[in-house]
Write a protein that binds this ligand. Structure first.
Ligand SMILES: C[S@@+](CC[C@H](N)C(=O)[O-])C[C@H]1O[C@@H](n2cnc3c(N)ncnc32)[C@H](O)[C@@H]1O
Length: 359
């Protein structure tokens, strides 16, 4: 993959100072299967293993931390090389969690869709009334106080080659069955179901859902045994054989959710011992946090658990204090992050080291 350069990027995120003793671009801190790289993510994607989950918590266009761009409108241009790289390196098993302000997300959404990311759900972080403090003069602000951010869920949907171009999974299943020249109703017999095959797996409407691997295998076996001999194989992608159940199951993003979780996430800003404090001359500031955009470990744990399994790869391209590293280590996921600001990189590496240490 080509190295990504952009004039806009350098303008919004100037190369961080290199005078930090002992810190060199390209250096990384590794602990177990987690690596945090000092540098920009766009220079590293090509070397990272393919992601099962990408947690993007990059610029918001609100001057939230050193180098954050000033307007939400410029975000789409800023994210373009990143989104392009994510799309190139992802598979149909990949989930993207895109954190931003509502307006930042609105500006980047068309770019994500244009690169094949399919919108699933907008999760809203409600930080509660405590977040209003200092932000409540509505006479001056002339708007309701904002206490939210969003974490938007996307997947990299699989596409299939049809006779007249690329098809979605829903279109392809129907296309393959039609090629067999068998009546649609026989798909129910094929799958051993009353009507789920015609009403769900092969429907052209919004009631469609993904046939589980065992149903897919039965449908493919039936089609290849009884379907028009001239069109075989059916339900394959290489013209040689149908997909196996295992291959089929890898053509969509992983997802699991505990009962009771919704798309409204109520949690105050990170505080207490989880909040990483800033330092001056080696002394900790008493109240000042190091990073203005530190995410709660609770949310990062929730999205990693929802979209990955043990051994899977998590990317956190805009690491900050790298909450994904802490969670990935705990959960046995592989992890890659980048962070170009020396203070954040060092704090993230120290945090990971501390969390992995048994004492
Ligand atoms: C919103 S913050 C991430 C905060 C993080 N989620 C946390 O909980 O600590 C975005 C981070 O991206 C970093 N960043 C900016 N440009 C970057 C780039 N091109 N590659 C990697 N990181 C970048 C910034 O320095 C900043 O720390």
């Amino acid at each position: 993959m080509r190295r990504i350069e952009s004039a806009l990027q350098s303008r919004l995120f100037p190369e961080p100072a290199r005078n930090q003793p002992g810190l060199e671009h390209g250096q990384r801190y590794t602990c177990g299967q987690a690596s945090i790289h000092f540098g920009r993510a766009e220079n590293l994607y090509a070397d990272w293993p393919a992601p099962t989950c990408i947690i993007s918590d990059g610029p918001y266009g609100v001057s939230g931390y050193p180098g954050d761009g000033h307007t939400a409108e410029s975000l789409s241009e800023w994210y373009a090389p990143h989104v392009e790289a994510w799309s190139e390196r992802s598979t149909p098993e990949t989930t993207l969690w895109f954190w931003n302000t509502e307006l930042g997300w609105a500006n980047v959404h068309p770019l994500l869709v244009a690169h094949g990311w399919m919108y699933r759900c907008c999760n809203v972080w409600d930080k509660g009334l405590g977040h209003v403090a200092g932000n409540a003069n509505t006479r001056t602000l002339r708007k309701f106080p904002v206490i939210t951010e969003v974490c938007v869920h996307y997947i990299k949907a699989a596409h299939f080659q049809g006779s007249e171009g690329l098809l979605t999974m829903q279109e392809w299943l129907r296309h393959e069955w039609k090629r067999t020249k068998l009546p649609l109703r026989l798909a129910n017999e094929a799958c051993g179901v009353r009507n789920a095959a015609t009403r769900k797996y092969l429907t052209a409407d919004h009631l469609w859902y993904y046939p589980p691997p065992d149903a897919f295998v039965k449908m493919a076996e039936y089609a290849n045994t009884h379907g028009d001999p001239n069109g075989r194989p059916y339900f394959g992608t290489d013209g040689q054989r149908p997909l196996s159940g295992d291959e089929w199951s890898k053509l969509r993003a992983k997802f699991k959710c505990e009962v009771g979780i919704t798309n409204v996430w109520r949690e105050p800003q990170v505080g207490g011992s989880e909040r990483i404090q800033g330092t001056r001359n080696g002394m900790k500031y008493k109240f000042r946090s190091l990073h203005g955009s530190q995410k709660p470990l609770k949310f990062i744990d929730m999205i990693i658990q929802a979209s990955t399994e043990r051994g899977d790869v998590v990317w956190e391209p805009f690491g900050g204090l790298c909450p994904g590293a802490i969670v990935s280590c705990r959960l046995g996921r592989k992890y890659r992050a980048a962070e170009p600001v020396p203070e954040f990189y060092e704090a993230a590496a120290e945090r990971l080291q501390r969390s992995a240490s048994p004492w």
